[in-house]
Design a binder for this molecule. Structure first.
Ligand SMILES: [Ca+2]
Ligand SMILES: [Ca+2]
Length: 241
């Protein structure tokens, strides 16, 4: 579901577009670092299995306590680098990350979303440009769901099939106040397979990156027609087999 006002975006794109020079306010990949809070970015997780109401709220974001320089990823110290305890695959890196699910190994008993947080340093109207697609394309897994929350209110949720290496690329308008919390989550929930329940974390490695822009970036003239027609950039989801 997508609750952000796409009508406004459609109207904007339907009007005559003048070339715009966007300033990048935030960039999850370019600004990724091994320091919590650097450039307003925080790296953490949400354990849905330990949440009584199973509904994410802003205060339920927990920061990772360990940065692994070798893999350039954030993790929980309790999970280690390998093994099969619950949460072992849970991680965030510059491009995306991996949630932990209920299975596939018996010791994996918690549904834990990998979650990246941006704390707004400026107020105003911005454009959120984000990409969500599978990195691990194992055809015998169940896929994931990506979420975006603003101060705990869900703006976007999308299932991505396990072998969907194209996913979605959207640009949506967003109004922010200083201190607002933007949370980007990779949830292991997909579909049931012959081996796994829908919440399995099997092969759930996902790319989820985003930029916050102060103006809509207008692509080269050759691509303009695609944007005007589709609202989004020319990346399409494949039908799950
Ligand atoms: Ca809750
Ligand atoms: Ca999954």
């Amino acid at each position: 579901m997508l609750r952000t006002p796409f009508i406004a975006l459609a109207m904007y794109l339907g009007s005559a577009l003048a070339p715009a020079q966007a300033t990048v306010i935030a960039d999850s990949q370019a600004q990724f670092s091994g320091s919590q809070g650097s450039d307003g970015w925080y790296y953490g997780y949400y354990n849905r299995s330990l949440d009584g109401d199973a509904q994410f709220s802003s205060g339920e974001f927990a920061q990772f306590d360990t940065y692994w320089a070798g893999s350039q990823s954030w993790r929980r110290s309790q999970d280690g680098e390998s093994g099969d305890e619950s949460g072992v695959y849970l991680a965030l890196n510059a491009q995306g990350g991996h949630p932990s699910g209920i299975g596939p190994d018996a010791q994996q008993i918690h549904e834990i979303w990998a979650m990246r947080r941006y704390v707004a340093a400026q107020a105003g109207q911005f454009w959120l440009d984000f990409e969500l697609f599978k990195e691990n394309l194992n055809p015998r897994a169940g896929g994931i769901t990506g979420h975006i929350f603003l101060n705990g209110v869900e703006l976007f949720a999308q299932y991505i099939a396990t072998d969907d290496g194209l996913g979605v690329h959207l640009v949506i308008p967003i109004v922010l106040e200083i201190g607002d919390l933007l949370d980007f989550a990779i949830d292991p929930t997909g579909i049931a397979t012959d081996r796994d329940n829908p919440r399995s974390g099997r092969s759930d490695g996902t790319v989820f990156r985003m930029r916050l822009l102060d103006a809509l970036e207008i692509p080269a003239p050759a691509a303009l027609g695609l944007v005007s027609l589709g609202l989004v950039l020319p990346r399409r989801r494949r039908v799950h087999q």
